[in-house]
Design a protein around this ligand. Structure first.
Ligand code: FAD
Length: 170
């Protein structure tokens, strides 16, 4: 409605938890090669996830394909997981920018700013991103830290490709 085009695609991201694992599992294990991550929740469930679904969509439907795709490398690396039962599975959507980095700041439309494209790592990125956006709004000046993340980087051909930053860990 504001007439601003954003280089964003929306992809589903899925995750699932198992029943309670009686022993404590402290590390967060993430393998970019094997394409999955696993950690234990404070309730003792094992939480597993993988990368985004390759097909852009607004669907919140979780799939069996994801479960089998994620479980195989997980039980290969951590065989104790095969004795647990999958309790819940869910999907959410992630707004991905074309260079996988967030877009923050002015849009060219007076009074309309964005902070988006946080992909699969918005929880961990947004405390810093939110503070910087607040500073921008209060001071009407883009802080140095987020200046490279402006929307006009796409027009100026200075993309910030950082696929490593898309790993979904806490
Ligand atoms: C399963 C899953 C696991 C994740 N795990 C992690 C993790 O471990 N660590 C991590 O850092 N991040 C994780 N993320 C990513 C994190 O959730 C996102 O990066 C973060 O939520 C992005 O925040 P956002 O406010 O930019 O967008 P969103 O949270 O997507 O919020 C956008 C909001 O805009 C609303 N909206 C959309 N269109 C319109 C419209 N036209 N008008 C009005 N409102 C609209 C939507 O309803 C939504 O409420 C995970 C995501 C998923 C799905």
């Amino acid at each position: 409605m504001a007439g601003v085009r954003l280089p964003i695609r929306t992809h589903p991201l899925q995750a699932f938890v198992t029943n309670h694992y009686t022993r404590s599992f402290r590390p967060i294990v993430a393998s970019a090669d094997m394409g999955f991550y696993v950690s234990q929740t404070p309730r003792g469930e094992m939480l597993l996830g993988s990368g985004i679904d390759s097909q852009p969509s607004y669907s919140y439907r979780s799939s069996y394909e994801f479960l089998s795709h994620c479980s195989l490398p997980a039980v290969t690396l951590l065989p104790f997981l095969r004795n647990l039962t999958i309790l819940r599975q869910w999907a959410g959507v992630c707004d991905m920018s074309v260079d996988m980095s967030p877009i923050m700041g002015y849009t060219g439309v007076d009074g309309f700013l964005v902070t988006t494209g946080w992909g699969t790592w918005g929880f961990k990125g947004i405390p810093a991103g939110g503070e910087q956006m607040a500073e921008l709004i209060a001071g009407d000046r883009t802080p140095e830290l987020i200046a490279p993340f402006s929307l006009n980087r796409f027009q100026e051909d200075r993309l910030m490709f950082d696929p490593g930053s898309t790993a979904t860990t806490h």
